[in-house]
Design a protein around this ligand. Structure first.
Ligand SMILES: [Zn+2]
Length: 152
């Protein structure tokens, strides 16, 4: 499949760990997105995080990311994503982190985001998939294209 990568240079990465998300970038996968999503604990008070379509949009985001990088969504089994509104999610060794991944425990903040696709869920899940704590892999540069959610 041909993915259209949008230039998103203006999209600033969040402090600590940057964000991502995408709606129209990836072709639909054959599997049901709802079965691919990790457990998401939504502790955000943001109105757009309380919307009825948040869970499907997160599932779509994860599916788009998996398709973009040809990663296996099954590797996210057992992952727990906690979405909060804090300006710092409290990541060991990282000052003012917008997201943090320790093993299969992911915590992300809505701070600075205007829709679920801009919450650094895809960024942190890429850490789950490939590790790479210092962001050396070239795939990190493609994540901002996923942040251009249709709801933003
Ligand atoms: Zn990171």
């Amino acid at each position: 499949m041909k993915l259209k990568i949008l230039v998103a240079a203006a999209v600033a990465m969040l402090a600590g760990c940057g964000g991502s998300a995408g709606e129209d970038a990836a072709a639909p996968a054959a599997t049901d997105a709802s079965t691919l999503a990790p457990a998401v604990e939504n502790d955000s008070a943001q109105s757009w995080m309380r919307a009825a379509d948040v869970q499907p949009r997160i599932a779509h985001l994860i599916q788009a990311e998996a398709a973009l990088f040809n990663l296996d969504p099954a590797a996210l089994a057992g992952v727990h994503v906690d979405v909060v509104d804090d300006t710092d999610v409290g990541c060991p060794g990282v000052h003012s982190a917008g997201g943090c991944t320790i093993g299969k425990a992911v915590k992300v903040s809505t701070f600075g985001a205007h829709c679920v696709e801009q919450v650094p869920i895809a960024h942190e899940l890429l850490h789950v998939w490939i590790g790479d704590p210092h962001h050396k892999d070239p795939r990190w540069h493609e994540l901002p294209a996923l942040m251009l959610g249709e709801g933003c």
